[in-house]
Design a protein around this ligand. Structure first.
Ligand code: HEM
Length: 119
């Protein structure tokens, strides 16, 4: 049997690093940085890591809201969504993630677009 995406991304350590790099990249991205001015960044990193862990076939550790509930009232635009995808690719490249895994991660993110944009 082939390894889960969670395993291929380096398990807990790999996902924790990716989530941390992703949030750090958001903070430097002018399109979306303002969204995080009131955030508790370590907590947001942890929430992202737990969501990615569960969503990539790792242990079921995510206890946050679903994606509609998390982003309700934010009225996120298409441009902001693309900015997050840009940052996802930057974080994946920074960590040397392979082409196949990058494609899978991008697909997982893109497939959640309608749960995030315009809520
Ligand atoms: C598929 C794309 C996205 C996914 C998978 C995603 C996932 C998440 C997750 C897992 C959380 C943390 C929830 C928790 O810990 O309870 C979160 C919070 C958040 N997301 Fe997203 N998100 C996406 C797109 C976006 C976009 C496009 C924006 C707009 C810039 C955005 C803005 C935020 C903000 C502001 C928070 C709250 C951070 C905090 O203060 O804790 N998200 N998102």
């Amino acid at each position: 049997m082939s390894a889960t995406l969670f395993e291929r991304l380096g398990g807990e350590a790999g996902i924790t690093q990716l989530a941390s790099d992703l949030l750090d990249t958001h903070l430097k991205n002018p399109v979306i940085a303002r969204r995080y001015v009131d955030s508790d960044i370590p907590k947001a990193k942890q929430g992202a890591a737990e969501f990615f862990t569960t969503g990539t076939g790792g242990p079921n550790v995510y206890t946050g809201k679903d994606m509609v509930g998390t982003h309700r009232g934010m009225n996120i635009s298409n441009d902001e969504f693309v900015a997050v995808l840009d940052d996802v690719l930057i974080a994946l490249d920074k960590n040397g993630v392979g082409q196949r895994e990058k494609e899978e991660v991008l697909f997982v993110f893109f497939s959640m677009k309608n749960e995030v944009v315009g809520q």
